[in-house]
Design a protein around this ligand. Sequence first.
Ligand code: AMP
Length: 402
Amino acid sequence: MGKQALKLKRIQDAELKDKKVLVRVDYNVPLEGTTVTDQTRIQETLPTLKHLLESNCKIILLSHLGRPKGVVDDKFSLKPVVPVLKQMLKTQVHFGVDCMGPDAEKLVAKAKPGEVILLENLRFHPEEEKNDTSFAKALAGLGDYFIQDAFGALHRSHASTVGIPKYLPSAIGYLVQKELEFLDRTLGNPQRPFLALLGGAKISDKIGVIHRLLERVNTLLIGGGMTYTFLAAQGVSVGKSLVEKDKIQDAEKIIEEAYNRNVAFLVPADHVMVKEIRPGAPTLVSQAMAVQEDWIGVDIGPHTVELFSEKIAESKTIFWNGPMGIFEMEPFSHGSVEIAKILAQATEAGAVTVVGGGDTLAVLAKAGAADKMTHCSTGGGASLELLEGKVLPGLSALSQEN
Ligand code: AMP
C-alpha cells in the first residue's frame, strides 16, 4: 500500500483518436456450457471500451480464460463473451479464432473504426505464460497503442502483461485506475477506525498481507479455516478442524504483533461444527471458542456474528477477503452471508467497504449484496499482492520510468 508510487499514464491522458488499440482485459468469466453466468468482469471494462469507441478507435481485446495450459480447448473459448459484448456496446463485435497470426491480422485490417475484435484465449498459446518475446511482439504488432485494464492479471509476468508494453506506447484503463484508487489510496490512507476481516481456507498464503495490514488497521477479525491455526497457536482445542501445523509459529508471531501494535485482534468465539464435511451433515454450535473433540469447525457461530457485527458497526473503513466458512455447502454459508449483509448495512451507514477475492464476491452474490459495497475488487491474487506492498509486474512494466 502506498508503495506503488509508479508513474502510470492513464487512458484519459493518451492520444488515441482513430487508433488501433489493443486492450488487455480480464474476461476470465464463469461459463455454463456457452453461457456467461456472471457478466461482472465484462461490465467492469465498459468505461474503458466506451472511451475508446468515442475516440473512434478500432478495439482489439485480449484476454485469458481459465487454465487451458497452452493448448486449444473449446471449454475455455472466449466466444461466449461475444454476444454479451454486442449487447452491452451496441456495435459490431468480431471474433478471432486465434489471438495472433494471419487470421487475426486480416480481421483487424477488415474491421472498421468503432468496431470491436475479441481475440481467442491468449493461454491457448504456451508462449503467453512464458512471456515469450516473439509472441509479445506479434501481439503488439496488431495495434498502435496498448491499454492495460486486466487488474486481475497484473501480478503475473506474462506476454500480455509485461511483454506487450515493451513494444507499444501504453496506459492504464479505467478499471485498473478504480482498483488502485480503492486498494492503494483508500486503504493506504483510510478513515478510522479501519477494520480488516480475513477468512478463507489457509493462513499460509495470507501471512504477508496480515503483517502489512497489522501496520494499518485498528481491528483485525479472523474467520474461516485459518481460525484454527490461530486457536492452536493459543493452545485452544480445535478438534479435527483444519490446522496448518507448520504455520503455528507464524500465527503466534501475528498474535504478538497485533498485541504490540495495539490492534484489536478477534478470532471466532463460537463455531458451527460437523463430524464430517458433507451437505446435510448434522451440525452443532460449539458455544465456546474451543472445538469439541472429533468435531470440525466449518463456519463461524451466531455469537461470533454478533461480536463481529459490533466491531464492523464501529468502523469507517472495512476490508474483507475470504469466506467465514465452507460457504459452498449451503448449511455452512450462513456466517459468511450474515457478514455480507452486515457489510451492506455498514456501507449504507456511510462506511467505505472494499471486498476482494472470487469466493468472497460469490458470497456477496449469494447474500444479494454484490452492489451494496463501495468497491468490489475484480482481482483476488492481485489485490492481496498490492495490499502486501508488492510491486505488481504488470504495473511496473507500464511505469513511465522504465
Ligand atoms: P481462500 O482461497 O484461501 O480464500 O479459501 C477459500 C476457501 O476456504 C473456500 O473454498 C472455503 O470453503 C474454505 N473454507 C472456509 N472456511 C473453512 C473451514 N472452516 N474449513 C475448511 N475450509 C474452509
